[in-house]
Write a protein that binds this ligand. Structure first.
Ligand code: IMP
Ligand code: MG
Length: 176
């Protein structure tokens, strides 16, 4: 069905890493009230797997942003689409991201959320492309560091396609 996509990180490797990330986050957090923020839409699958590892004592919320672009290029502008549904004041917040590329999206989110006086805020991303960073932003937990290639699957899209793949793939024959 997806002949042009080469498996880059298998479903098994993702699931094993998500279990490690969940355990590491749990180990450093004493809270009974963790608000886990899914950054729509790319983080949906990662979020769904991660919260099951985090287990009891988490609340869910959702925030939606878009980096405007089409194809494999982001516009560099972050558009705010939908806000959280609850106050985060005095709460422990975990931002769940699919990928940190230029860093602009996470930076924007952290700035917005930090202004609301949470007790703590940390970010976990499944994928990190450090070679692409344009703005500096703290990332407390990362699943995999990857090279500068455009990846799809496990929530990540190319023009809204391929999000449902259970693995991370790259296009055969390079990327743009
Ligand atoms: P940023 O450049 O760090 O702000 O990332 C912006 C957004 O671009 C991410 O949240 C993803 O939605 C998207 N993105 C960046 N790199 C990739 C990729 O390799 N595949 C799919 N989406 C990507
Ligand atoms: Mg996207």
């Amino acid at each position: 069905m997806h002949e042009q996509i080469e498996v880059f990180i298998t479903e098994e490797a993702i699931q094993a890493r998500v279990r490690e990330l969940g355990a590491a986050i749990r180990a450093e957090l004493e809270t009974e009230d963790l608000l886990v923020v899914c950054v729509l839409k790319g983080s949906m699958l990662f979020f769904a797997d991660l919260v099951r590892v985090l287990g009891d004592g988490v609340s869910f919320d959702y925030i939606a942003v878009s980096s405007y672009g089409t194809g494999t290029e982001s516009s560099g502008r972050v558009r705010f689409i939908a806000d959280l549904s609850q106050s985060i004041e005095g709460r422990d917040v975990l931002i769940v991201e699919d990928i940190v590329d230029t860093g602009r999206t996470l930076k924007h989110l952290r700035t917005i959320l930090e202004a609301r006086a949470p007790k703590s805020i940390r970010a976990v991303t499944l994928l990190d492309k450090p070679s692409r960073r344009v703005v500096e932003v703290p990332v407390e937990h990362r699943g995999f560091e990857i090279p500068d290639a455009f990846v799809v699957g496990y929530g990540l899209d190319l023009d809204e396609k391929y999000r449902a793949l259970p693995y991370i793939g790259v296009f055969r024959g390079g990327n743009s």
